[in-house]
Design a protein around this ligand. Structure first.
Ligand code: NAD
Length: 347
C-alpha cells in the first residue's frame, strides 16, 4: 500500500499510522496542510474492510478539511483521523485514551473533534490524554452539537444563492424542497419557515418527517418524489453523491444549497448543472458553520452570538464566489476549489 503514490495523496504533509496492542487501536491521522494553522478535522470510527480503504478515506477527508477551513476564513489547516473499528462493538475507553496519546504525540499539529462513529463522550475520554481536542461541551447550555451552527450557515449561504440565482432578496414565498430532516435539515427548515418560505420536506424516517411537516405546516412527500417537486430551491441535507446525471435532469429548482457533504456524484456534474442554468452552492462552503463554531470555541469560548455572527460571513464569501464564477464563466464548484487553494498557498 503506497502512500506517496496514492491517488488521494495530494501532497499531504504528514500521514501517521498508530497502534496500541493493549487496546487494539489501529488508527491513521492525515495532515494535509498546515499553512493556515494547525490541522483541524474529526475522528471517524468505522469498521473499514481494509487498511487501504481507511487510508483512502482519511486522505480524502483530510484534504477536504483544508478546503473547508480555508473558505471559512479560519486560521486552521486540514486534517482528519480514522480508527479502524466498529464504533458500536469495538470502541473502548482504553482505545480512545490510546488515540488521545497518539494525537498528543503530534504536539498540536492536529486537533481532533467528533465525526461519524465518535461523539462528545468519546472526546471527553480523548481529552484525558491530550488538550488538542475540540467540540467539547462547556459548562452552561451549549451541548457541543454543531448542527444548529451548520444549519445557520446553510441558511446564510442560501440567502446569497437566492440573490445570485434568482435575483431576489426576500425568502417570503420562496418554494424550497428539503431532503432529510435530521439534525441540520430540521433546523434549516425552521429558519426557512420563520422567513416565510413554503416547504416541501422528505425523509426516510417517516415519523420525523410527519412531526416536522405538521409543526411547520409543510408538505411531506416520499423520498423519491422530492426531486420532482415544483420548487425554486433544492436543499440536500441527507447524504452524499445525491446529484447525479439523472437527478440533475429531473430537478425543477434553479438553485441548490444544502448541508450534505460531497453532493456532486462526480466533478463533471458541476458543469451539467451550469448547462441547465442551475446555480449550485459548493457544499463545503455552505456547510462550514459547524467547523466555524468548533474553531471559534478555541478563540472565544462558547459565545453563541459571536459564533452566529462569524457564520454569517459564509454569505459574504459566497457573494464573492458567485460573482467571480459569473465573471469567469466557471462553475461555482470550480471557483470554490480555486479560491481555497489560493488561500492555503497552492493556487
Ligand atoms: P442526520 O443523520 O441527523 O440527518 C440526515 C437525515 O437524512 C436523517 O433524518 C435520515 O433519515 C435522512 N435520510 C437518509 N437517507 C435519506 C434519503 N435517501 N432520503 C431522504 N432522507 C434521507 O445528519 P445531519 O447531522 O443532519 O447531517 C446531514 C448532512 O449534512 C450529512 O450529509 C452530513 O454529513 C452533513 N453535515 C452535517 C454537519 C453537522 O453539523 N451535523 C456539518 C457538515 C455537514
Amino acid at each position: 500500500m503506497s502512500v506517496f503514490e496514492h491517488p488521494e495523496f495530494d501532497r499531504h504533509q504528514q500521514v501517521v499510522f498508530g497502534s496500541d496492542a493493549a487496546s487494539g487501536l489501529r488508527a491513521i491521522i492525515a495532515i494535509h496542510d498546515t499553512t493556515r494553522g494547525p490541522a483541524l478535522g474529526g475522528l471517524r470510527i468505522y469498521p473499514y474492510a481494509s487498511e487501504a480503504d481507511a487510508l483512502t478515506d482519511v486522505l480524502r477527508l483530510s484534504r477536504g478539511m483544508s478546503y473547508k477551513s480555508a473558505m471559512a476564513g479560519l486560521s486552521l489547516g486540514g486534517g482528519k483521523a480514522v480508527i479502524i473499528a466498529d464504533p458500536h462493538t469495538e470502541k473502548t475507553p482504553a482505545m480512545l485514551q490510546a488515540m488521545g496519546r497518539l494525537v498528543e504525540s503530534l504536539g498540536g499539529r492536529y486537533i481532533t473533534a467528533e465525526d461519524s462513529g465518535s461523539g462528545e463522550a468519546d472526546m471527553q475520554i480523548i481529552a484525558e490524554e491530550t488538550s488538542h481536542v475540540s467540540g467539547l461541551a462547556q459548562s452552561g447550555e451549549d451541548s457541543g452539537d454543531p448542527s444548529p451552527y451548520t444549519a445557520w450557515g446553510v441558511f446564510c449561504a442560501l440567502k446569497s444563492a437566492v440573490r445570485h440565482g434568482l435575483g431576489r432578496s426576500e425568502l417570503e414565498g420562496l418554494r424550497v424542497a428539503v431532503q432529510g430532516v435530521g439534525q441540520v435539515g430540521a433546523h434549516l427548515a425552521r429558519h426557512l419557515h420563520a422567513a416565510g418560505a413554503q416547504l416541501v420536506l422528505t425523509d426516510v424516517n417517516r415519523q420525523a418527517l410527519a412531526l416536522l411537516a405538521e409543526e411547520l405546516g409543510a408538505e411531506a412527500v416520499a423520498p423519491e418524489a422530492i426531486f420532482d417537486a415544483d420548487v425554486d430551491l433544492f436543499a440536500p441535507c441527507a447524504m452524499g453523491a445525491v446529484l447525479d446525471e439523472d437527478i440533475v435532469e429531473r430537478l425543477k429548482a434553479r438553485v441548490i444549497c444544502g448541508a450534505a457533504n460531497n453532493q456532486l456524484a462526480t466533478p463533471e456534474i458541476a458543469d451539467r448543472l451550469m448547462a441547465r442554468g442551475i446555480l449550485y452552492t459548493p457544499d463545503y462552503v455552505a456547510n462550514a458553520g459547524g467547523v466555524m463554531d468548533i474553531a471559534g470555541q478555541r478563540l472565544d469560548g462558547h459565545d453563541h452570538d459571536a459564533a452566529m455572527r462569524r457564520i454569517e460571513g459564509i454569505g459574504t464569501t459566497l457573494d464573492e464566489l458567485f460573482a467571480r464564477a459569473a465573471r469567469e464563466d466557471s462553475s461555482p464548484a470550480q471557483i470554490a476549489d480555486i479560491m481555497a487553494r489560493e488561500r492555503f498557498g497552492r493556487g
